[in-house]
Design a protein around this ligand. Structure first.
Ligand SMILES: C[S@@+](CC[C@H](N)C(=O)[O-])C[C@H]1O[C@@H](n2cnc3c(N)ncnc32)[C@H](O)[C@@H]1O
Length: 248
């Protein structure tokens, strides 16, 4: 199976991306929420609300949050959708430690959440165990995206749904050009200034540029076996929420 360097989209051994992502997220874990606010231009709350609106979660559901980081998606879904249980997972233990601390402070408003270090490309759960999978800003960081999507399909129940929030490509040429300039020149500068982690922002900008557009990601989901793939753009397509279903 071909793996890529997530900073360039070019073929490369998986370890290059995995080690870099571990380095970045283990060192910024405590500052991540600020990083998130800066990297999404403060719009992440709007996009997260859009994601929650599109997530077909009900009170009987067991939800798997992939690349859950410090728990933003998990706790938003917990508060807004009140599922029976959420499994919050991430590759980097330091990120989950922050999530666990938020949980201990009551961030899930009583919804039970368990935490586990999981590489989405090798999910240690049984086939057909979850009703809904959520994933925000995760797939872009994975060197073997087809494998990660295949793993998500495997652990979803038949008819289960993947809801994926990710940076994307503005369809309007002018907006795309402005955004591209902003990503390349301004994001590393002031992201670095605010969080002290310029390298993380250089990586962020490069990985967004190298990531497939809305249609490309939808096709990757279909290639993995998902059906009924749709997406909704946010902030003119800077971000998009894809929703995809596992066949019955
Ligand atoms: C930008 S953060 C997003 C965190 C969270 N979803 C949010 O919205 O705040 C990306 C996360 O993806 C995780 N990640 C990267 N590669 C991963 C992989 N192969 N499997 C699971 N998580 C991964 C990183 O550790 C990091 O916590």
């Amino acid at each position: 199976m071909t793996t890529i360097d997530t900073a360039t989209g070019k073929e490369a051994p998986a370890e290059i991306s995995s080690e870099r992502v571990k380095d970045i997220f283990s060192s910024i874990a405590k500052k991540y929420e600020r990083f998130n606010a800066v990297s999404s231009f403060g719009a992440y709350k709007l996009w997260l609300a859009g994601m929650a609106k599109q997530a077909p979660i009900d009170s009987s559901h067991d939800v798997l949050d992939i690349a859950g980081g410090t728990g933003d998606v998990t706790f938003t879904m917990a508060r807004e959708k009140r599922p029976a249980h959420i499994q919050c997972t991430d590759l980097v233990p330091e990120m989950l430690e922050v999530a666990r601390a938020h949980y201990d402070e009551g961030a899930s408003a009583g919804v039970p959440v368990d935490f586990q270090v999981v590489d989405a490309q090798d999910i240690p759960y049984d086939d057909a165990s979850y009703d809904v999978i959520t994933m925000a800003y995760g797939i872009r960081n994975m060197p073997d995206r087809p494998r990660a999507l295949a793993e998500m399909l495997r652990v979803l129940k038949p008819g289960g749904v993947l809801v994926c929030l990710e940076f994307s490509t503005p369809p309007n040429g002018l907006w795309r050009a402005l955004y591209s300039f902003y990503l390349k020149h301004l994001i590393p500068f002031w992201g670095g200034l605010i969080t002290g982690d310029r390298e993380g922002f250089v990586y962020l900008a490069r990985s967004i540029k190298a990531f497939p557009d809305q249609k490309g990601l939808a096709q990757m989901m279909r290639d993995a076996g998902f059906v009924d793939v749709t997406w909704k753009n946010y902030t003119g397509g800077i971000a998009a929420v894809h929703v995809a279903r596992k066949p019955e």
